[in-house]
Design a protein around this ligand. Structure first.
Ligand SMILES: C[S@@+](CC[C@H](N)C(=O)[O-])C[C@H]1O[C@@H](n2cnc3c(N)ncnc32)[C@H](O)[C@@H]1O
Length: 360
């Protein structure tokens, strides 16, 4: 996985702006894509995320700012061809019973961009020709597609999971691709239909609305051991007894030989249920019996996935079998912060494929 670098923005035909940039999953995907483009500005209001972003992509690129305060004037000055956006998912997540979708105040900054700033840019003739939005499944219920369509964009909506592309991690996500008309999508099929594969690449898969894509069988998945740290004796990731006692029965336990993990969220290691899988290091024992003592779980040798392993499962770094990763954590980043930031992020491989398709 060599990543072409496009550091010199003046030489690059496509200028990208990354909103809600976090640790730069979308930036990494653009670099890895075949598109000759570079991120010329990134925005996020989280200090820790900006520090990680800067460590990886250089100084001066990410601006710590509230996106709901950005003006059309500032964005017009960037002359962007491509907007990459992964707004916070809490207002839309199906796991949040209080989610209010676009009405939620946390969705304000996204509405500001799409309904406030973008129309102004269109009037100025400074709108991006390409847009990619990433969010949780459920976001498709928002009116974003209609709004972009009304402004002059052709749109394509997709529900995809990394399992489709051979990575043993379930992360069902909604993607919206938009192109300024008359630019159009290749093989896009019926307009307005939610696609479950990238047009021209594979088939739709079943049960896209299920938050668990476990029952769906995908071929050619790599086994988890390819993503694991070479040293599995690291005590740091051992699950504390008090957590095992209370929540041991709820864990999604996976073996190194397994080919699936559930979705890792920002609550990984803080929440037991629906926050990410734990790894069973002892492959000789099944998780059988109902006894509820924590000691019964001892022989399984359960542990959390390390942040490094998650970066591999999110395709930031290659599987451990393929060599060392290149992702940088600033020295003072705590393990808790690493889990939070990775859990918020995106699967780089899926976005990379989407960027390639967007520019076809
Ligand atoms: C779902 S995460 C996106 C993560 C990113 N794509 C990555 O690869 O790490 C959403 C990000 O948006 C940021 N955010 C949310 N609301 C914001 C706002 N109004 N202004 C700036 N950043 C915001 C959060 O700090 C968080 O880093």
């Amino acid at each position: 996985m060599t990543e072409p670098h496009h550091e010199d923005s003046s030489a690059a035909p496509f200028r990208a702006v990354e909103f809600y940039s976090g640790i730069g999953g979308l930036h990494r995907a653009l670099r890895r894509s075949t598109v000759n483009g570079c991120v010329i500005r990134a925005y996020d209001w989280d200090q820790a995320a900006c520090q990680v972003y800067q460590a990886n992509y250089g100084p001066g690129l990410v601006k710590q700012a509230d996106i709901s305060l950005l003006t059309a004037g500032e964005l017009a000055g960037l002359r962007a061809d491509l907007w990459l956006l992964s707004p916070s998912c809490q207002p839309y997540t199906v796991l949040n019973p209080l989610a209010k979708g676009p009405e939620d105040p946390r969705a304000k900054s996204f509405a500001h961009l799409i309904q406030g700033v973008l129309p102004e840019l269109v009037d100025m003739g400074q709108q991006p020709r390409y847009i990619l939005v990433e969010n949780v499944a459920g976001f498709e219920a928002s009116s974003t597609r209609e709004q972009l369509d009304a402004r002059g964009y052709n749109c394509l909506e997709l529900l995809l999971t990394p399992l489709q592309f051979g990575t043993p991690n379930s992360r069902l996500r909604y993607y919206l691709l938009a192109k300024w008309r008359p630019l159009a999508f290749r093989n896009a099929g019926t307009p307005g239909r939610l696609a479950r594969h990238i047009p021209g690449q594979g088939e739709d898969w079943s049960d896209p609305r299920s938050t668990s894509d476990a029952p769906v069988l995908f071929g050619d998945l790599k086994a988890l051991h390819e993503y694991l740290d070479p040293d599995d004796t690291n005590e740091e990731f051992k699950i504390p007894d008090r957590v095992l006692e209370k929540w041991g029965r709820l864990f999604d336990i996976v073996l190194p030989s397994g080919k699936r993990t559930c979705c890792f969220t920002r609550g990984y290691t803080k929440l037991a249920e629906r926050a990410g899988s734990v790894l069973q290091l002892n492959e000789d024992l099944d998780k059988r019996g109902n006894a509820d003592t924590v000691r019964l779980l001892d022989p399984l040798r359960l542990r959390y996935f390390s942040p490094q392993e998650l970066l591999r499962l999110f395709c930031f770094d290659p599987p451990s079998s393929l060599g060392a990763g290149s992702f940088i954590w600033p020295e003072k980043t705590s393990t808790k912060t690493k889990y939070k930031l990775i859990g918020n992020s995106v699967n780089v491989e899926v976005v990379c494929r989407l960027i390639n398709y967007l520019f076809e």
